[in-house]
Design a binder for this molecule. Structure first.
Ligand code: ADP
Ligand code: MG
Length: 695
């Protein structure tokens, strides 16, 4: 019964009608009463106190005044007609002014009567005036806190304005109040000291007082996060029970490598992460682990050592990188280690020649290749493994969700373990929501001997000095990156800037080998330039962000980032990570224009003051919001209405633990006490996290 009421079409509410209903449908997706109840105000006006005219000053915000009308006059004609009404309260005088909609007001306002007006007072030459104030007869309105709803131009033109929302929602609340269903269990509500769902919805629209707004928001936030976490944990449970993984045994190969061939001592953090992965791979369940490690923390060797478990088991490994340059580099460094153990490694990218590819695919199917490294060419259908045991994805955020989905749905005969590596530290709050169904490992330590990168901020005035610094670096045997932005929408100009920069460096350093690298070049030319730089043949590499991820040239100790204000914070941090990989003191110079927006300033400041990827990620999240940050915006994956992921960490933790205890005690949600939860989860929530099982 009650659900029927909530499903009633909005059209039949008094004052709505078919036209407004169709506007509400198309503009804000509101169809029925339930939708309308979930159309929330974005702010509140405090009308709980009547203010005095004598208190008005330049800084006065909008407020309610109780005034008596003393005089009325109109002037001008037609379009230029205006209405002026003189009013007073016991403390002072004011004038109310209308230039539009005069016919609606003029006759209704009667001299000598009292009215409650609401508006923002202005002071001009010591006189107070209100422009188009809301005007109500004293006995016809209730004072209180009034919600303000989001509207659009189109809505307003159709008279679906704030007044409309207030009126309609009041009506709907009366009708539906007793039908708003609880979604949480009695137990949770009590334990977490929450108000009921019905109370929360009522008070979001018709708040009794400030405190009730706070309580309502708390309740709605809790609910939003709780159900998100519940879904994530259910997925995780499902994965664990549905996808048994290979059981890899202790690896002799690993021991041999560890004892005889390891090129350096592992950091404690690297050891810890390898152990965590190993435990997953022995557990009989599919591993689904995210390894986070700041740039330069040494993820590649961790990946390689994890591979050894699989190889011992005669399983093959797919190792995916986001770019050809990076795939090539991984191939080189993995091969160097693998050769010592007689393990066969191959690389497959979009530019692998057909003949080579055919041979390679043949070998792969026969199981003659142990490790296949590549770009997303690895996802193609024709790439068939004999026994794919482990998939490693490097710099995971560069892969679109859909691309990862493909890999997953290839439906191998076996379930490969999945290891995702990312150098963009994800703030813990996001990790728990975005990757909540993955297990997370963190390499929170850099190899010893690394010096801190010194970051500074310069603008064009100091360009000569910067050139001098480049000169000095090269004379001392170092190498320098110069990076230009290449941003969608302004490619042409950006490309020109890059080439201009390249030319001017060539003029300034006529005797220095300078390379250039950008997306328009053929892959083989890119590789050539990259190689030349990696081998120290070119001293300066002018480049777009193609070098952003993973590229490893330890001899390069200076990176100059041009138009740094145009890069995102995480990207800047990634770029900076290209230096500081060797023994030398490294420098990152952020070149910007002179006038910076507030946000750009904050980004630059964060870069100069911090080198901690996690701290930077948190600032980035605060500045940009989670959608932009994770590239999930387009996919609309994380549309949280109440929660601010940058701020609500405690609540995320809390709801996760509440959800966890429910999942542990009642995984299928069949206990009577969880019936609200189960009903809500199954019936009303559109699943928005199919993606999370993908990686
Ligand atoms: P990232 O985590 O950014 O992918 P890499 O795996 O490319 O980092 O490693 C960065 C550099 O540090 C490489 O040159 C690598 O050989 C080196 N490296 C990795 N681990 C260690 C270690 N434990 N001690 C010394 N150098 C290391
Ligand atoms: Mg890397």
């Amino acid at each position: 019964m009650s659900r029927e009421v909530l499903k009633q079409k909005i059209e039949f509410i008094k004052g709505v009608g078919p036209q407004k209903a169709s506007l509400l449908n198309s503009e804000v997706g509101v169809y029925n009463l339930n939708d309308m109840l979930h159309y929330f105000p974005f702010r509140y006006e405090d009308r709980s106190k009547i203010k005095k005219l004598s208190d008005v000053n330049e800084n006065s915000v909008e407020g309610v005044y109780l005034v008596t009308v003393t005089a009325k006059s109109t002037s001008g004609k037609f379009k230029f007609k205006s209405l002026k009404i003189k009013v007073k309260d016991p403390t002072g005088y004011a004038e109310l002014v209308w230039m539009k909609g005069i016919e609606w007001v003029e006759d209704k306002i009667i001299i000598g009567k009292k009215y409650l007006i609401f508006g923002k007072p202005k002071i001009y030459r010591n006189k107070i005036s209100f422009f188009h104030p809301e005007t109500n007869e004293q006995n016809k309105v209730s004072l209180g806190i009034k919600p303000v709803y989001p509207t659009t131009e189109k809505l307003k033109r159709g008279f679906v304005n704030n007044r409309f929302f207030n009126k309609i929602i009041d009506l709907i609340l009366v009708k539906t109040k007793s039908h708003i269903e609880e979604t949480l269990s009695e137990k949770i509500i009590k334990k977490e000291k929450l108000i009921s769902r019905s109370e929360a919805i009522q008070n979001i629209h018709l708040p009794k007082n400030e405190e009730m707004i706070r309580q309502s928001k708390k309740r709605l936030k809790f609910e939003e996060l709780f159900f998100l976490q519940l879904q994530i944990l259910q997925l995780k449970n499902k994965r664990l029970s549905a996808f048994p993984g290979y059981v890899f045994k202790k690896s002799k190969l690993l021991n041999t490598f560890y004892k005889k061939h390891l090129p350096f001592n592992l950091t404690e953090a690297q050891k810890k992460v390898i152990k965590e992965c190993y435990e997953d791979m022995c557990s009989g369940k599919q591993m689904n682990r995210l390894v986070q490690g700041d740039v330069g923390s040494g993820k590649t060797i961790v990946a390689f050592m994890c591979m050894l478990f699989a190889i011992e088991d005669r399983s093959q490994i797919a190792f995916m990188a986001p770019t050809e340059v990076l795939a090539g580099q991984h191939f080189k460094s993995i091969k160097k280690q693998a050769e010592k153990l007689n393990v066969s490694v191959a690389v497959l990218t979009g530019s692998t020649k057909k003949k080579d590819r055919d041979v390679l695919l043949e070998k792969l199917m026969k199981g003659e290749i142990n490790i296949l490294i590549g770009t997303h060419a690895l996802i193609e259908k024709r790439v068939q493994f004999k026994k794919l045991g482990l998939v490693i994805i490097d710099e995971q955020h560069k892969f679109g969700v859909a691309q990862r989905a493909k890999l997953w749905s290839k439906k191998e005969k076996y379930y490969p373990h999945i290891l995702v590596m990312t150098a963009t530290p994800i703030p813990r709050t996001l990790a728990l929501t975005l990757y909540g169904d993955l297990d997370v490992s963190v390499i929170d330590e850099l190899p010893s001997g690394r010096k801190k990168i010194i970051t500074s901020h310069r603008n064009d005035n100091s360009r000569l000095k910067v050139f001098g610094f480049i000169n000095k670096t090269i004379n001392e045997g170092g190498q320098v990156y110069v990076v230009y932005p290449l941003i969608e929408g302004s490619e042409k100009k950006d490309h020109k800037d890059l080439m201009d920069g390249f030319e001017s460096l060539k003029r300034y350093f006529p005797n220095t080998q300078i390379g250039v690298l950008h997306g328009r070049m053929k892959p083989e030319n890119k590789d050539y330039e990259m190689k030349r730089f990696a081998e120290g043949k070119s001293k300066i590499l002018v480049s777009t962000t193609v070098i952003e991820v993973g590229v490893d040239v330890p001899n390069a100790s200076v990176i100059i980032i041009e138009s740094a204000e145009r890069f995102g914070l995480s990207q800047l941090h990634q770029l900076r990570g290209r230096v500081g990989r060797g023994e030398k003191q490294s420098y990152c110079i952020l070149m910007t224009k002179y006038n910076l927006s507030q946000e750009s300033k904050e980004r630059v400041k964060a870069m100069v003051s911090s080198s901690d990827g996690f701290e930077i990620a948190n600032i980035d999240l605060r500045l940009r919001g989670p959608g932009n940050m994770m590239g999930t915006k387009q996919s609309g994956l994380l549309e949280l209405r109440f929660v601010n992921l940058a701020e609500d960490y405690d609540l995320i933790k809390k709801t996760r633990s509440v959800a966890l205890s429910i999942i542990e005690n009642d995984p299928k949600l069949i206990h009577l006490e969880n019936k609200n939860i189960s009903y809500h989860l199954n019936k009303s929530i559109k699943s928005n996290i199919n993606w999370s099982r993908i990686s």
